[in-house]
Design a binder for this molecule. Structure first.
Ligand code: NZQ
Ligand code: ZN
Length: 389
């Protein structure tokens, strides 16, 4: 194992009924003014909004609503939320939704208390934040990003055409409430996209050094087998509590920093998908599904031993009668078959990316990951995009 320091400051409440049980009491630790932030309204159809409102009213809170946070949240929406939070002297932000809502809320929690140019100072460059953002609590309604237990947020600056993410530990939610039954109403398309995002987070970590045996990779293999099993079960029966609860925790485990300990990490596919998203507003998990197999066909020879382990330990492929290369490649093709099986797009065309899209501009705007098995160039990224059509 490589050296590491670990801390995770988010207090996590998991299980059926946890919002009803804990939210009222939890919100009591913060001031009167609570900003309730959510997306396009799914929480009003599935009853989550009513349950949350009831708990906040029971705690005697003054509720300021902030709705309409879209998928791939924009910097403009962040600034709108920050203005509202300032005007109403908000003392707790409560984000109810998926990655988009949680990320937007994290960005608002910083923008609401920072006086300078928050994009230039924090989103446009790596660094640390030395002030306390507004306290944030989250209620997760769809499994996927794992944003509920880390300080990561991904924001799209529409003017600059940049979709970028940062992980500031001070942005870790103070608390997260995770009721797997809340995810029953997620449409299949979004469920498989979120599910693939979980798998992608684990693969982006697993396919990097060290290559020798290590605890992080061992946990990752178990998590990947779990995601594959639980997605299949949740597709068959969307109300399968075992599958939904496993998926919800697998999503958190993939991104709560535990499987990343001592790992270099790749995340080149995420870099590519984020820029594809900045230019086309495509769905995150679906974009990753298109990119991953093609990217892995480009890099597996540089990480042969890990790709062989992936084939055997994750997909159960027998090494018998196969060369090392055939075995490694079989794992990548098993991943591609699974993507088809669960109904995710396999080409940029299926993803809805218009043929007139300038893929070279997008490829040139991608960051080049430092920890991948094969150092990419912008030319090779363009090749990958073209092969994805
Ligand atoms: O907006 P509403 O009406 O609520 O509908 C949402 C939205 O349309 C719907 N939904 C959520 N819960 C539901 C539900 N529909 C019915 N029942 C429910 N219980 O699902 C749709 C998608 O929601 P969204 O939050 O956009 O999905 P996801 O969780 O996949 O988040 C994607 C965003 O997170 C970023 C992505 O880039 C993208 O912007 N990411 C954030 C990361 C992080 N913070 O660490 C890491 C990821 O790699 C990722 O980049
Ligand atoms: Zn992701």
């Amino acid at each position: 194992m490589n050296n590491f320091i670990f801390e995770n400051t988010t207090k996590t409440f998991f299980g059926k009924g946890c919002v009803r049980e804990y939210l009222s009491c939890l919100s009591g630790h913060y001031g009167q003014n609570v900003m309730l932030a959510y997306g396009g309204g799914s929480i009003k159809k599935n009853g989550i909004y009513d349950e949350v409102m009831e708990s906040l009213k029971k705690a005697g809170k003054n509720i300021i609503e902030f709705s309409g946070i879209t998928a791939n949240p924009t910097y403009a929406k962040v600034l709108e939320g920050a203005r509202l939070a300032r005007e109403n002297k908000v003392e707790l932000i409560l984000g109810v939704g998926g990655g988009s809502v949680m990320d937007c809320c994290k960005a608002i929690s910083m923008a609401a208390v920072y006086n300078g140019d928050i994009w230039a100072d924090f989103w446009a460059r790596p660094g640390i934040i030395e002030f306390e953002p507004l306290p944030l609590g989250v209620i997760v309604t769809v499994a996927g990003t794992g944003s509920e237990m880390n300080g990561g947020a991904v924001i799209t600056n529409e003017t600059l055409k940049i979709k970028t993410g940062r992980d500031y530990p001070k942005c870790n939610p103070k608390f997260t409430l995770m009721d797997p039954a809340y995810t029953y109403s997620v449409p299949k398309k979004q469920m498989v996209s979120g599910g693939f995002d979980i798998l992608s987070h684990i693969m982006e970590t697993y396919f990097s050094e060290p290559n020798e045996d290590n605890v992080s990779d061992d946990i990752s293999e178990a998590l990947m087998r779990g995601v594959i099993r639980d997605l299949r079960a949740a597709i068959l029966n969307p109300q399968d509590y075992t599958a939904r609860s496993n998926l919800m925790w697998e999503s958190t485990m993939a991104e709560n920093r535990i499987v990343k300990l001592g790992k270099r990490m790749d995340f080149e596919c995420h870099q590519m998908e984020h820029q594809l998203g900045a230019y086309t507003n495509c769905n995150h998990g679906a974009g990753l599904a298109v990119l991953h197999p093609v990217y892995y066909r480009h890099i597996y020879q540089d990480g042969l031993s890990k790709f062989q382990k992936f084939a055997v330990n994750v997909w159960g492929i027998s090494p018998e009668g196969k060369t090392q290369e055939e075995l490694a490649r079989a794992g990548v093709e098993a991943l591609a078959d699974f993507i088809k099986e669960i109904g995710l797009p396999t080409t940029l065309r299926e993803l809805g990316v218009d043929e007139s899209t300038d893929l070279k501009v997008i490829a040139d705007s991608c960051n080049l990951a430092l920890g991948s098995y094969k150092k990419m160039t912008h030319e090779e990224i363009l090749e990958i995009f073209r092969e994805c059509y």
